[in-house]
Design a protein around this ligand. Structure first.
Ligand code: NAD
Ligand code: TYD
Length: 361
């Protein structure tokens, strides 16, 4: 573990901290390290929501800055002004279906934006005399490894990259740059490649929140293609604890795969959600909710299966995910039931236009 003593509090810049995982991580960090200074930088795209961090707004050590990771002067100034030692980089365009419709923003934010962030951090780290305790955590995805067949072994940190969507290609290219910055300039980067997350504050376009919300609205539950695609699900709280561990570890320059050992076929997952919603949401309009399952045309280039081998972080750093898939889904459903005023405003005209483009009428 790095030696951050009681007097040496961290000063973190969390990019994309108003999104799904970034906001969970920001709250997680503040809870465990309430004396650390936390700056959230977020441009607030459709996926960013100021309400995700309401509980921190009045904390002395917290500051929100609305801004773009592509804005070099802004980042340069923030790193200097706040004397940042740790960047946790979540900001991204993150939805595969949107990357198929309009890839431009994925290249701009995920590739160019991360490059600008790395460059400004390099400048800052050099100016400060290359301190050993500085860290740049690049939060990435298992999708960079491409698609597995039914019997293929799970992805390890040495699996060759083979991205198949504009989203995963944008993440893959910038993972490579983060890696190169360590090898070329000794910038203390760490890369994590995580499987599909689920939990609170997840924007309604992704499969799990979409299914929960559509059940509450009595709307169809779209499942793509032959419904047998497999994802490896991890509860977002477990992702946050893994990120905390890798930030605190002694040596940078490493990559860690993170996953929950929960490989589930899409149709099984949606069916599980229907059954849980029947039990937990007595007021939902259509019961059993399974009747709402609707088979729709497949996503273009749809990866068949993802599976993560997280042996490295488990054995080297002792990380163990705590949540079972059933326990995590129950918590998630309960959160959506208790927070209708969070998700209802997100189903805006713009969101409906997007849904129409993906699912048709
Ligand atoms: P999200 O879409 O919910 O949030 C992304 C956040 O980034 C939003 O708050 C958005 O406003 C902000 N943002 C976008 N462009 C920006 C820009 N140019 N400047 C500043 N802020 C900007 O995404 P998420 O699901 O929370 O994912 C966070 C990170 O984790 C991403 O890098 C993603 O690739 C990675 N990841 C996600 C998953 C998953 O299952 N969701 C799994 C593994 C890795
Ligand atoms: P998603 O939540 O978009 O995450 P990712 O594409 O990053 O894995 O999708 C999870 C799985 O669910 C993926 O195989 C696509 C599928 N899916 C559907 O079947 N229907 C939907 O409406 C959506 C959004 C996804």
């Amino acid at each position: 573990m790095l030696n951050f003593s009681a007097k040496q509090y961290r000063k973190l810049l969390i990019t994309g901290g108003s999104g799904f995982i970034g906001s969970n991580f920001t709250r997680h960090w503040h809870k465990n390290y309430p004396s650390d200074r936390v700056i959230v930088l977020d441009v607030l795209t459709y996926a960013g929501n100021r309400k995700n961090l309401t509980s921190l707004e009045d904390k002395e050590n917290f500051r929100f800055v609305q801004g773009d990771i592509c804005d070099y002067p802004l980042i340069d100034e923030l790193l200097k002004e706040e004397n940042i030692d740790t960047v946790a980089h979540f900001a991204a365009e993150s939805h595969v279906d949107r990357s198929i419709l309009e890839p431009d923003a994925f290249i701009k934010t995920n590739v160019l934006g991360t490059f600008i962030l790395l460059e400004s951090f390099r400048h800052h780290w050099n100016t400060q005399g290359k301190p050993e305790n500085y860290r740049f955590l690049h939060v990435s995805t298992d999708e960079v490894y491409g698609s597995l067949k039914a019997d293929d072994p799970a992805f390890t940190e040495t699996t060759p990259y083979a991205p198949n969507s504009p989203y995963s290609a944008s993440k893959a290219s910038i993972d490579n740059l983060a890696r190169a910055y360590y090898h070329t300039y000794a910038i203390p980067t760490i890369i994590t490649n995580c499987s599909n997350n689920y939990g609170s504050y997840h924007f309604p376009e992704k499969l799990i929140p979409l299914t929960c919300i559509n059940i509450l609205l009595g709307k169809p539950l779209p499942v793509y293609g032959d419904t047998q695609n497999i994802r490896d699900w991890l509860y977002v709280g477990d992702h946050c604890s893994a990120l905390e561990i890798v930030i605190n570890k002694e040596n940078p320059g490493e990559t860690y795969n993170l996953g929950g050992d929960n490989q589930v076929k899409n149709l099984d997952l949606v069916t599980m959600l229907c059954d849980l919603m029947d039990e937990l949401a007595p007021d939902s309009p259509v019961k059993p909710a399974k009747q709402l399952i609707t088979f729709v045309k497949d996503r273009s280039g749809h990866d068949r299966r993802y599976a993560i081998d997280a042996t490295k972080i488990k054995t080297e750093l002792g990380w163990i995910p705590q949540e079972t898939i059933e326990g995590g889904l129950k918590k998630t459903i309960q959160w959506y039931l208790d927070n209708k005023d969070w998700w209802q405003p997100l189903l805006s005209r713009e969101y409906k236009k997007y849904s129409h483009k993906v699912y048709g009428s």
